[in-house]
Design a protein. Structure first.
Length: 186
């Protein structure tokens, strides 16, 4: 896929509409690649994203040059965004104006508040997973102890005796139906 991706980037290199690029998300990445990947929630590689830079979607289509080119030609189109305000309708412009009118410091504060919500949500999620994991481990241990107790107990003996009695009753019923007398220890 790497060669096809590089060819696609070359094709779109001079485009005023969209950008096809590669970001190194590894820990030793330079120039903010790691930060960018964290921002967009990229956890596995390769991950292909497209769309509005503030709300990217994941590309899940085929990864040959032909399929990616067809997809890019259809979906990499200009859309309403802070860099393409002329493409926005009045409602979108009005909504964006709330943020466009803010100072850099105000935007940083709002972004920080939203990121704190995400961190708190992740913290709550992790705590819930940890609690549920502990509950699971306790329940699993209780189940294993019960299985061991029952396995070492009389369950199998009782089942064998039950089977023996059921076979005996069927045999007796059949022999009575046939008019024969039976003599058994049971």
């Amino acid at each position: 896929m790497a060669n096809d991706w590089e060819r696609l980037a070359e094709i779109w290199n001079e485009s005023n509409i969209g950008l096809v690029a590669e970001v190194d998300c590894t820990d030793n990445a330079q120039q903010g690649g790691n930060m960018l990947c964290d921002h967009f929630g990229i956890e596995s590689f390769p991950t292909l994203k497209y769309g509005d830079p503030s709300d990217l979607d994941e590309y899940t289509g085929k990864r040959s040059l032909q399929e990616m080119t067809a997809f890019a030609e259809e979906y990499l189109v200009p859309f309403c965004s802070p860099t393409h305000l002329k493409l926005c309708d009045d409602e979108a412009l009005s909504y964006m104006k709330n943020y466009l009118d803010l100072s850099i410091e105000e935007l940083h504060k709002l972004i920080k508040l939203e990121e704190e919500k995400l961190k708190e949500s992740k913290k709550n999620f992790d705590a819930t997973v940890e609690r549920l994991t502990k509950e699971y481990e306790v329940a699993d241990e209780e189940k294993r102890l019960t299985i061991k107790e029952v396995s070492n107990g009389d369950l199998n003996l009782m089942k064998q005796i039950l089977l023996k009695k059921q076979i005996y009753i069927r045999t007796v019923d059949r022999e009575i139906d046939d008019g024969d007398e039976i003599y058994d220890e049971m």
